[in-house]
Design a protein around this ligand. Structure first.
Ligand SMILES: *[C@@H]1O[C@H](CO)[C@@H](O)[C@H](O)[C@H]1NC(C)=O
Length: 500
């Protein structure tokens, strides 16, 4: 698959990972703290959290989801108690003083605060200091103790799986935002997931759809040893708690930036509004912009023996098919159906018109871009099987064996179920996002006759035996393996016509 040159390569820049390395001195410090300060802090933190629970529980009694009850004196009292308790809890966790720059605007002025970068559960600190509402997964309501505290701040719940509920979430944000300050302000982490703070990823549009002024808030954790970052790949929740409680002091900085009022154009176009706020926040943070989004996380973190090696072109493909509305409707059944139709074409190459017909879509710029991604020979013709493999790969990045099986179904010969070596190479090129895949290593290490063909089961079996298949066995552009020595002829990448 080709990658358009309009965008710089994003390979190797994966902000969804966090790798911690310690020096010897840090290890000794952590060791000492673990047996002295840590247990005391953990006990105190737990104590304050438990202490907060009855307050939060009482306050949420008899509350309606749709109307704000009058602020009676006892509600105000409970609110004050909770703020004090939460502050004490963070204090015991090593967040002794928290630097606050700028000023938070009144809720009648700005209903929504957009907070970034989101990198940890310690990002709850500004929330407990302001008692703003947040947008969170419905599941978080059922976390013991913490769930009650979350419910106290009247979150807007999202059901991540359900397409319609996403709309409902936005409706609810709109409704509250337009209440003219009656509802608490909503703090939204527009990135929608945690990153390692190396850049700002794309913002989700939710906070920007109401088209009302927002106040950007930036967070900083200036500690040299970053113990707070909590991403998908990296230390888990408890390890982060442990390491953070072992630091003598955990500095944190919250900066309220000036209110941002959208222009008419931005009101019309939430994506533009979101992007302009993102630029402004990145500037305040002195961080680069990273053109990855919440949805790209799974693609850039794919695992398994055939994990995506270079995800840049697949990410680009994913963005385009999302734009075409093809991604949401993709199911296993749709993929099977497309694979069946692609098989029938028996490698016929499709021009743009035929491609549009295959997808039942009009020819648009975006569709043209998708088509050209697969135009390996630059003659305006594509092999539709490449498209189906790519779609299956981005649809289920971590289930690569399913994609492989689907791909085999499109290529295999009726009688033997075998697929030619160069076709397997073509399949893997799309799945891994690389070029010039060379399989001689695989065929060499199989003892059988030199058939240059393989069935799915044979390949599956081989991959099972080589968990580091991609790294150790495969040979592709920029990643040559020693196996090549035995077969110089087929190693120059000229033996099949998939190169461009
Ligand atoms: C954070 O993400 C960047 C890519 O954006 C990556 O290069 C870096 O290694 C990551 N940092 C850590 C500590 O893992």
């Amino acid at each position: 698959m080709k990658s358009s040159n309009s965008r710089p390569s994003r390979v190797g820049r994966n902000p969804f990972t966090h790798e911690l390395k310690f020096t010897m001195i840090e290890k000794i410090k952590i060791g000492l703290m673990s047996v002295t300060v840590f247990p005391v802090r953990l006990l105190l933190v737990s104590f304050f959290m438990l202490l907060a629970w009855p307050f939060a529980f009482t306050a949420s009694l008899g509350r309606s989801e749709f109307v704000i009850e009058p602020q009676s004196w006892w509600r105000r009292f409970i609110d004050l108690c909770l703020r004090v308790i939460m502050r004490a809890m963070w204090f015991c966790g090593g967040f002794h003083w928290i630097k606050v720059k700028g000023e938070r605007a009144a809720s009648s002025e700005v209903p929504i605060l957009t907070v970034a970068p989101h990198s940890s559960y310690f990002d709850a600190i500004p929330v407990t200091m302001t008692m703003c509402s947040i947008v969170t997964k419905l599941e978080s309501r059922s976390i013991p103790v913490w769930g009650t505290l979350i419910s106290y701040i009247r979150p807007v719940f999202v059901f991540r799986s359900d397409q319609d509920s996403r709309r409902k979430t936005v409706e609810e944000i709109k409704r509250r935002a337009r209440s003219g300050g009656e509802w608490p302000q909503i703090m939204i982490f527009p990135e929608g997931t945690c990153t390692n703070r190396s850049g700002l990823i794309l913002f989700k549009a939710g906070a920007f759809i109401p088209g009302l002024p927002v106040q950007p808030v930036v967070l900083r954790y200036p500690n040299k040893l970053d113990t707070v970052t909590w991403t998908w790949q990296g230390p888990g929740a408890f390890k982060i708690l442990w390491l953070t409680l072992c630091q003598p002091h955990n500095p944190m900085e919250i900066e309220y930036l000036p209110i941002y009022t959208p222009s008419d154009e931005e009101k019309e176009n939430p994506a533009l509004f979101a992007d302009n706020v993102r630029k402004l926040m990145a500037k305040a943070l002195q961080l680069p912009l990273t053109d990855l989004s919440f949805d790209d996380r799974e693609i850039s973190l794919s695992r398994g023996p055939l994990h995506i090696y270079d995800y840049s072109s697949l990410l680009e493909f994913n963005q385009l098919v999302c734009r075409l509305g093809l991604r949401a409707g993709t199911t296993e059944k749709v993929l099977e159906e497309q694979a069946r139709r692609a098989r029938k074409m028996q490698g016929d190459r499709l021009g743009l018109e035929d491609f549009a017909q295959f997808l039942n879509l009009p020819v648009t710029d975006t569709l043209t871009q998708v088509h050209s991604l697969f135009d390996q020979q630059g003659d305006g013709q594509i092999d539709i099987r490449d498209y189906v493999i790519a779609l299956s790969t981005v649809h289920r990045p971590s289930k690569s064996m399913k994609t492989l099986k689907l791909a085999f179904k499109m290529y295999e010969s009726e009688e033997s179920g075998e697929v030619l070596e160069q076709e397997i190479a073509a399949i893997l090129e799309i799945m891994l996002g690389v070029k010039e895949v060379e399989l001689s290593g695989v065929f060499l290490s199989l003892d059988g006759p030199d058939t240059e063909k393989m069935t799915y089961d044979e390949l599956h079996h081989f991959i099972d035996q080589h968990p580091r298949f991609v790294q150790d066995i495969l040979d592709f552009k920029n990643h040559p393996r020693k196996f090549c020595i035995g077969r110089p002829k087929s190693c120059n990448g000229q033996n099949h016509n998939k190169d461009d």
